[in-house]
Write a protein that binds this ligand. Structure first.
Ligand code: GDP
Length: 695
């Protein structure tokens, strides 16, 4: 007979995992009782172990959905928290500790939570039962609690106490039943007492006569009756099963008082267990047909939705992970195919050309004697040194490091782009992982590459051989570069002019130039005056006057305008020098590399080109090829193969549309599974009915 309960308990567990709005409910036994009524003792007597959190009432803030699974062919006794996935817990002290922790996880502000803790206990010594332990704290609304909390507790209570659940009202024998909060709650939700079982605990604390009177229940009759128990846990509570010892001492107590042997009286934990099993079985039997209908309806809806929304297309978390990673690898391949030597060369060349411009600006264009360069004699030591110095500034600037770093940066930014692709928008952690191992691969290659490059360009630090073609190309490129630079100068000058206004800028420039000239003159004068100490005092006097005057004029021009005027002057001077240098580079003087000291821009450009060529050759081999080879393998190793089932599920569910798809699919599958089981049970019930009819 009990087979039905067992099967329906299984089904109940499946339904609980997919049904969040509780439309598919199978009956359970909800246990209510005020604090220290002996509620925990009763539950533990049924289970045979101490496992419930005790002590401070505040600890219990969530209902416990307790599923007992009778395992006749297995000696093992253990608990399981399906929500936590901790596996089998054989130590019931640990079960207790876990329950306490899960209760404490509810914040003080939330106070109570209606999210039940699921606990399954497997044992050959337990009956198949599902029990819901509503913490005492939840049942009794306290006068000091705020109104909102009271409502919360009421709602929670209602949710569990309503039919078809069976109410197990636990009352202590030594407390007047009229004051029992458990019976009060039961009467509120089950006024006829049709689905309430009264459990009277601590029968040993009242006289047998008084105890028997309570059990006869004349004052508060319950259809399912009252059962008296003595559930004092034995002193030597070990991890072993305590049911037998407990029942033995309880039986001894009841046997020693004849009054409890009368027919109309039910006593003992064993009786209670049987009663619970029978009542639950009957209730399950009554619920069978209605749950079949409900599941059928839900299944049809799920099938319909699956067809309409997904056209019956199945997804698995595994296929989603594979697809996403393939997408990444595909994008990567695209990138690798399009990022070869020419692209790297372009990047490196651009950087080195900028370096050349910087060196020229610093060493030549800011040199006051630059105008004299074309007229200098070929033996002029100044310019000969200078060109050597400039070329050393380029070749000894740490080319190995800077070029490798540049390529690493370009790779990183491209990888960032790939990792930021839409397919990863829901997976920020994976994105971070991709960037992390990209960085790792590149870091391991970095030193070797930059050392290689530095070694191979070493000869250029001492000597650079240049043929005519190389020189001509270098001249051409440097002219182009300078022209571009000139263009930029002009553009910037024009934008300043536009933003300030031509007239205003001109007058500010004139003012600045005037004061510069004035300053120069004054310096000259003060120098000559310095020789003449007598006039010193007068001169400083004079200066103060001048300063005052300047203040007046300065206030005419705001400092920002003067800044801009300064920039404009700088740009004008720079443009002039550039024009001048472009002309020099185009002149006869720069037709041959023999005259390199006259054309440093061209010379440096030729070196830059040689450096580029050499550096890229090695970067390609040491860094790029290695990276392109290794990255897809790391994707496999670190992302695809590394993920266990749980991580795969988690990854897929990070994507809300996939999550929805998987959920509906899972719901459909589980409902189908449930429907199969139910159909089997219905058929069995029908068979039994017909056979009993035949008898
Ligand atoms: P809960 O707060 O309702 O869970 O109550 P407990 O199960 O923790 O029991 C409260 C106290 O009553 C504990 O000290 C138990 O040892 C004691 N107790 C429980 N059942 C019995 C019983 O049948 N007889 C006696 N004498 N004490 C009991």
């Amino acid at each position: 007979l009990m087979m039905l309960t067992k099967k329906l308990i299984e089904i109940r567990s499946i339904l609980m995992s997919i049904d969040h709005n509780e439309t598919l409910r199978l009956p359970s036994i909800v246990v209510v009782g005020s604090q220290s009524s002996g509620k925990s003792s009763v539950l533990e007597a049924i289970v045979g172990h101490e496992f419930l959190p005790k002590g401070s009432n505040m600890v219990t803030r969530r209902p416990i959905e307790l599923t007992l699974i009778h395992t006749p062919n297995n000696d093992e006794e253990y608990g399981e928290f399906p929500q936590l996935g901790l596996g089998k817990i054989f130590d019931f002290k640990k079960v207790q500790k876990t329950l306490i922790d899960m209760n404490l996880a509810v914040s003080d502000s939330e106070c109570v939570s209606d999210k039940p803790i699921e606990l399954r206990i497997y044992s050959p010594n337990v009956p198949d039962l599902t029990l819901i332990d509503l913490p005492g704290y939840i049942q009794i609304s306290n006068r000091n609690q705020p109104e909102s909390l009271k409502n919360k507790i009421e709602d929670l209570c209602e949710k569990y106490i309503r039919g078809p659940n069976i109410i197990l009202a636990v009352c202590s024998a030594n407390v007047d039943l009229a004051n029992s909060p458990a019976l009060k709650a039961s009467r509120k939700w089950d006024p006829l007492g049709l689905r309430t079982i009264g459990v009277i605990t601590k029968m040993d604390l009242v006289s047998p006569q008084a105890g028997a009177a309570i059990l006869r229940n004349t004052d508060y009759p319950l259809h399912l009756g009252y059962i008296g128990v003595v559930c004092k846990a034995p002193e030597n509570a070990s991890n072993g099963n305590m049911t037998h010892a407990l029942i033995k001492s309880e039986e001894a107590y009841f046997r020693s008082h004849l009054i409890f042997n009368q027919r109309d009286i039910q006593v003992g934990t064993a009786t209670l267990r049987h009663k619970l099993m029978n009542v639950l079985e009957q209730s399950m039997g009554r619920s069978l047909y209605s749950i079949v209908d409900a599941v059928q309806r839900e299944l049809e809806e799920a099938r319909y939705q699956f067809k309409v929304q997904y056209n019956d297309r199945k997804v698995t978390a595994e296929s989603y992970v594979a697809e996403t990673m393939d997408c990444l690898k595909h994008d990567f391949k695209d990138f690798a195919n399009n990022f070869g030597k020419p692209q790297v060369r372009h990047e490196v060349r651009t950087m080195l050309e900028q370096k050349v411009l910087d060196i020229c600006a610093e060493q030549y264009w800011c040199d006051e004697k630059i105008a004299e360069l074309p007229k200098a004699t070929p033996e002029d030591i100044y310019w000969l040194y200078k060109v050597d110095f400039a070329s050393a500034a380029l070749t000894k600037s740490g080319i190995g490091r800077s070029t490798t770093q540049l390529v690493v940066d370009v790779l990183m930014s491209n990888m960032e782009r790939l990792a930021n692709a839409e397919s990863f928008s829901y997976h920020p952690d994976t994105r971070q992982q991709i960037m992390n191992f990209t960085g790792e691969i590149l870091r391991t290659k970095f030193l070797a590459t930059s050392d290689q490059v530095e070694n191979t360009i070493k000869p250029y630090k001492f000597e650079v051989e240049i043929n005519d073609t190389e020189w001509n190309e270098g001249v051409k490129r440097s002219v182009t570069l300078l022209e571009k630079e000139l263009e930029m100068c002009d553009e910037m000058a024009a934008s300043i002019k536009n933003s300030v206004g031509k007239k205003k800028l001109k007058s500010a420039i004139n003012y600045l130039l005037d004061s510069q000239r004035e300053e120069a003159r004054r310096q000259e004068k003060s120098q000559s005056l310095d020789f003449n100490n007598n006039n010193n005092r007068q001169s400083s006097h004079q200066q103060e006057d001048d300063d005052e005057e300047e203040e007046v004029v300065k206030s005419f021009y705001n400092p920002k305008l003067l800044e801009k005027a300064k920039d404009a002057i700088y740009l004008r001077d720079r443009a002039m020098i550039l024009k001048y240098r472009i002309a020099a580079l185009k002149s006869r003087q720069c037709k041959s590399s023999e005259n390199k000291q006259y054309c440093p821009e061209a010379f440096l450009n030729v070196i830059a080109e040689k450096l580029t060529y050499t550096a890229v050759m090695f970067i390609q081999v040491e860094l790029l090829n290695e990276f392109f080879f290794q990255f897809p393998r790391e994707v496999d190793n670190r992302l695809v193969y590394e993920m266990d089932r749980k991580q795969i599920q988690q990854f897929a569910r990070e994507n809300p549309p996939i999550q929805k798809h998987l959920e509906l699919q899972e719901r459909k599958t589980k409902l189908e599974e449930v429907m199969d089981k139910l159909n089997y049970l219905v058929k069995r019930q029908a068979d039994r009915q017909s056979s009993s009819n035949a008898n």
